[in-house]
Design a protein around this ligand. Structure first.
Ligand code: HEM
Length: 502
């Protein structure tokens, strides 16, 4: 009985929230014969220093092309690879679904991740402003203390009360995009999507419009978005060397970003009856410094990820107009006219775009396929707190491990025709072979993305509205990927948008 409830939840095309995902692994039948017995016929567990090594790399990091090396390694070296860093440190990369399961199952209550250390230093150096280093770099009980302030993550209880306002924000984005079309009907959407994402997190966190989508230049919003981008780049570069230099770059960006957002938080806190995140966190009796830290982390997490996912989704769709058209046909039923607004209608319809069970199946499948093939994050970092056997090698506790989700999703052992963009694989699963376990764009378990439910709602809402308003095409040179913490286009992606008349 319990199991069938679980299966029903997992059948949802675009599952919302960690709970549904957590079911996923509990259903996974443990492999009794380790996969690596096929590779090491003697079944002997190898020592850590027997693991194949690669590196140190410098060029790939400098040119922001590290994802290409990650993809090569699994094909050329195998499912478990040790990368040696220029400073002599190392990290283990894993690509097999069974190793993912082993790592996540041994995550424990406080999953450990070594990242964002430059942010940790910035915050440790400023104890008058921060009690802790925050969610990204946080470890152990200190991380858990912040994380449990939002036990349901940025879930429906946080963002659904603002669905009307969020819909206004996306409608403003559509108007802005249309107003920016040049004489060829072209526009670069990504900078506008950054502004939309910034405005949206402002609504749910602070209950205020930050005017990032205004048609006149908003310097403060632009500067904040730039500071968030620079912070991401510094986090990436400081991971691979040059820590002190990157820290110096971070200081002015974070001084600005944190002081402005903190002032916004202070203003929101003056509204005791408010329903936004700041008000909820105050109502929950949380420490004020912890609240500002959490809000800063949410702004930082929200500004790039969803816009990049939407850009990759639209880019992929321009290569398959039939799928774009199918999505639009479904959207015509949900949104009969271009300016249909759900919140003005009945309660059930009000949530159509936000709830995965009611949104267009084609839009959801497009988003799932985008997150498989072009996720914003390459993979997922962990430090194992106990010794683990991965791919037949003993990996001692305390090792930095990267679960290479994106590269694994591009292997034909998990997905049929893995390099092709086929949203149908998430609708018609009998037709396409796929194996679960490595497709983890939001991570997994207690430390998975805290913004996941909000990101789902926002992705569905924005893609639905964009496709309902415009036919999207692209006829410029092919776009490649660079990775500076996130997978970004290597050039401006200038879309052609044909506004629909009805
Ligand atoms: C398409 C959108 C997004 C993707 C693919 C994504 C992906 C991820 C991934 C892979 C992680 C690491 C998870 C792990 O270690 O298991 C993460 C963590 C995080 N994400 Fe997201 N994210 C997205 C959107 C957002 C949004 C909208 C927010 C804020 C509202 C956000 C805030 C965060 C934060 C604060 C963390 C650190 C959580 C912790 O360590 O406890 N993310 N995200």
């Amino acid at each position: 009985m319990a199991l069938s409830r679980v299966s029903q939840r997992c059948l949802k095309l675009f599952p919302t929230g960690c709970k549904a995902l957590s079911c996923y692994y509990s259903q996974e039948t443990p492999q009794h014969t380790p996969y690596w017995h096929e590779i090491f016929r003697d079944k002997r567990i190898r020592n850590f220093d027997e693991m194949p090594t690669v590196g140190p790399l410098t060029e790939e990091y400098k040119s922001f092309k590290i994802h290409e090396a990650y993809q090569r390694w699994v094909n050329e070296v195998g499912h478990v690879v040790k990368e040696i860093f220029p400073d002599g440190g190392y990290c283990v990369h894993v690509y097999h679904k069974d190793d993912f399961v082993t790592i996540y199952r041994n995550d424990g209550k406080y999953p450990l991740r070594k990242s964002h250390e430059v942010i940790a230093k910035y915050r440790r150096d400023r104890p008058h402003l921060y009690n802790s280093v925050g969610l990204g770099p946080g470890m152990g009980a200190e991380w858990y203390h912040l994380r449990r302030m939002l036990p349901s993550a940025v879930g429906g209880n946080v963002y659904l009360p603002f669905r009307s306002e969020l819909e206004e924000v996306v409608d403003d984005f559509i108007d802005l995009a249309q107003s920016k079309l040049d004489e060829n009907g072209e526009v670069e959407l990504l900078p506008l999507l950054f502004r939309w994402a910034f405005e949206s997190i402002g609504v749910i966190a602070l209950n205020r419009r930050l005017n990032a989508l205004s048609k006149v230049w908003n310097e403060e919003a632009e500067n904040l978005i730039d500071a968030a981008h620079l912070t991401n780049e510094v986090i990436f570069l400081s991971n691979v060397g040059d820590f002190e230099k990157q820290y110096e770059r971070l200081i002015p960006a974070q001084d600005y970003f944190a002081s402005v957002i903190m002032a916004y938080v202070a203003e929101a806190a003056l509204e005791p009856e408010g329903k936004c995140l700041v008000n909820k966190l105050i109502e929950g009796g949380n420490d004020y410094k912890d609240i500002t830290t959490l809000i800063l982390d949410l702004f930082q997490g929200a500004i790039s990820t969803v816009p990049l996912t939407l850009t990759w989704a639209l880019y992929q769709l321009t290569g398959c107009p039939d799928i774009q058209e199918r999505a639009r046909e479904q959207l015509m039923e949900i949104l009969p006219s271009r300016d249909t607004r759900y919140y003005d209608l009945s309660q059930t319809r009000a949530e159509l775009l936000f709830l995965s069970s009611k949104a267009s199946p084609c839009v959801q499948a497009i988003l799932r396929e985008t997150l498989r093939l072009n996720p914003p994050a390459i993979g997922n970092g962990r430090i194992n707190s106990v010794d683990l056997v991965l791919g037949g090698y003993l990996v001692p506790a305390g090792t930095m491990i990267v679960l290479q989700s994106q590269a694994a999703c591009r292997l034909d052992e998990y997905f049929e025709r893995p390099l092709e963009f086929i949203p149908d694989r998430f609708i018609n699963s009998e037709k396409y072979h796929k194996k679960g376990g490595v497709n983890r764009p939001f991570g997994f378990g207690p430390r998975s993305c805290i913004g996941q439910p909000f990101a789902h709602g926002q992705l569905i809402l924005a893609l639905s509205k964009i496709l309902r308003n415009f036919e999207v095409s692209y006829d410029r040179e092919e776009v490649g990927v660079i990775n500076r913490l996130h997978n970004e286009p290597d050039r401006p992606v200038i879309f052609k948008l044909k506004p629909l008349t009805e």
